[in-house]
Ligand binder design. Structure first.
Ligand SMILES: Cc1ncc(COP(=O)(O)O)c(C=O)c1O
Length: 420
C-alpha cells in the first residue's frame, strides 16, 4: 500500500517521488501496487484505469466467500464493510453517508437523479456544449415527453462555460436546472464548478454535476461546489471495478425527489395498498447488486484517499503538461485541448491518420500502448463547434511516468514520418 513516510536514505530513486506541498507521492509504490503497468503502457484512464492490488484483493476475497458460503451468507458477513463503502465515498466528496447511493454506473446514477426531477413543460435546462451524449439524450427525451427546453451556456475565451453568460441566463425564471460534466469525456476544460455552483445557488436553481471523469482525478468537495446532485463512476480515475458508480443527493433535497423506479430496497410495503420510500439516498438504489464490486469500489476510494487526491491531481497535471509539451514536438500533430485549467485527458489529431488507426498502431507496439478514440457521437455539440470528427484520447493517471510518455512520443514521431 501507500507508504506513510519516506526514508530518504533508501536506495529508491528520488526522482520517483513526486513532490506535492511538502509531501511526496511515491510513484514506485503506486506502480508496485498496479500489476498492469508491467505489461502495458496505459493511457486510457478516462476509459477505465488500471486496478490496484488492494482492490483486486478485496474483490477476490469476496468471490471466494460467495463460493464457499453462498452469496447471501457472504454478504451478511461483510455488512459492516459494505456500510463502510458509503463512509468512504462520503469522505471523498465531503458529504454524509446518508447522501450517497451506490448504483451500477454513472449513467444510471445520473438518470436516477435527473428523471426524478419534477421538470414541467417550459422548464429550462442549462448545460455546457461539452455535455456527454448519455446525459444529452435524456434531455432530448424529456423535451419530447414533457416539453422542457435545453439551452447551451456559451463558452468564454478559454473554451469553458462563460460565467457572465450563465449569470445572465439564470435571470430567466423558467431555468429549473444547471447540469453539466465536470470534465468532458473528450477532455476539454475542468469547468469552473464552484463559481457555477455559487451562481446557481444564488438564483435558487438546482445544480446537477456529472463527475464521471472528475472523481479521483481532481478534488471534489460538494459543500464547496454547492451542487445538489452529483454522479460518478468507479472504473475511471477512481481505479475501481467496472459496473459500479455512485450518486450524491443533498439530504434536504433527497426526501423531495421521488425516484422513477422503486423496489423493495428503495421502499417498503406498509399494507397491501401502501408503501413508504426510504428517507436516505439509498432510495435511488436497487436491491440486487454485485457485492464484490461494491466492496472493490470502496477499496478503490480508500486507496485514492490514502494516496491523497490533491497529490494525485497535482501529479496528473504535471504529467499531462509534460505530455502536451512533448506532443507539440511531433510533426503534423495538433493538440486539441482547451480550457484555463486542463485535465489529465489529453486529446490530439495527427495528419494522415484517423484516431482508430492510431489506436490500433499504438496497440501493436512492442509494449502495448493503450489510447482510445473519442468520437463525435459522445460529445456532438462540442465536436461540431470545434470542427472535429474524432480525436485520440491519451489520459494520464498518477501511476504513469514521463518515460512512458517518451515511448508514446517516439511511436507517434515514427508514425508521423510514415505513410498510413
Ligand atoms: C463525462 C462522462 N459522463 C458519463 C459517462 C458514463 O459513465 P458510465 O459508463 O459509468 O455510465 C462517461 C463515460 O465515459 C463520461 O465520460
Amino acid at each position: 500500500m501507500i507508504r506513510a513516510s519516506v526514508d530518504l536514505n533508501s536506495p529508491w530513486d528520488l526522482c520517483e517521488f513526486f513532490h506535492f506541498g511538502g509531501q511526496m507521492l511515491d510513484i514506485n509504490q503506486l506502480r508496485a501496487d498496479t500489476p498492469g503497468v508491467n505489461q502495458i503502457i496505459h493511457f486510457n484512464n478516462a476509459g477505465a484505469a488500471l486496478i490496484p492490488d488492494p482492490v483486486i484483493a478485496v474483490m477476490t476475497r469476496h468471490l471466494q466467500l460467495e463460493a464457499r458460503w453462498g452469496g447471501y451468507e457472504a454478504a451478511a458477513q461483510v455488512e459492516a464493510e459494505l456500510e463502510g463503502v458509503y463512509l468512504s465515498i462520503a469522505r471523498l466528496i465531503n458529504a454524509q453517508p446518508k447522501e450517497i447511493a451506490v448504483i451500477e454506473n454513472a449513467t444510471r446514477a445520473w438518470d436516477m437523479a435527473f428523471y426524478s426531477l419534477p421538470l414541467m413543460p417550459g422548464d429550462v435546462v442549462l448545460t455546457s456544449t461539452t455535455e456527454y451524449a448519455g446525459n444529452y439524450i435524456p434531455y432530448l427525451q424529456l423535451k419530447k415527453q414533457r416539453g422542457i427546453e435545453i439551452r447551451f451556456i456559451p463558452n468564454d475565451e478559454y473554451g469553458q462555460v462563460s460565467l457572465a453568460a450563465l449569470e445572465t441566463m439564470l435571470c430567466d425564471d423558467r431555468v429549473a436546472l444547471v447540469s453539466l460534466p465536470v470534465i468532458a469525456t473528450n477532455g476539454g476544460p475542468v469547468q469552473p464548478i464552484e463559481q457555477i455552483g455559487a451562481l446557481a445557488r444564488a438564483a435558487g436553481v438546482l445544480y446537477l454535476l456529472d463527475a464521471c471523469q472528475g472523481a479521483g482525478h481532481i478534488p471534489i468537495d460538494v459543500k464547496k461546489i454547492g451542487c445538489h446532485m452529483l454522479a460518478a463512476t468507479s472504473r475511471k480515475y477512481l481505479r475501481g471495478p467496472r459496473g459500479m458508480g455512485f450518486l450524491y443527493v443533498e439530504k434536504n433535497l433527497c426526501q423531495n425527489l421521488e425516484p422513477t423506479f422503486l423496489d423493495l430496497h428503495a421502499a417498503s410495503l406498509l399494507t397491501p395498498e401502501t408503501f413508504e420510500i426510504r428517507g436516505d439516498a439509498k432510495r435511488f438504489e436497487n436491491w440486487e447488486c454485485n457485492i464484490a464490486a461494491k466492496l472493490g469500489f470502496g477499496a478503490a476510494v480508500d486507496y485514492a484517499l490514502a494516496t491523497d487526491v490533491d497529490a494525485i491531481w497535482e501529479r496528473i497535471q504535471s504529467l499531462a503538461s509534460y505530455l502536451r509539451t512533448r506532443l507539440a514536438q511531433v510533426n503534423g500533430l495538433a493538440n486539441q485541448d482547451v480550457g484555463q485549467v486542463k485535465s489529465g485527458i489529453v486529446t490530439f489529431t495527427l495528419n494522415g491518420h484517423t484516431s482508430s488507426q492510431l489506436q490500433h498502431m499504438l496497440g501493436a507496439e512492442k509494449k502495448r500502448i493503450n489510447v482510445t478514440p473519442s468520437t463525435f457521437r459522445s460529445t456532438m455539440v462540442d465536436m461540431q463547434q470545434r470542427g472535429l470528427k474524432d480525436v485520440v484520447r491519451a489520459s494520464v493517471h498518477a501511476y504513469n511516468t514521463e518515460s512512458e510518455i517518451d515511448v508514446l512520443i517516439e511511436a507517434l514521431e515514427r508514425f508521423s514520418s510514415e505513410q498510413p
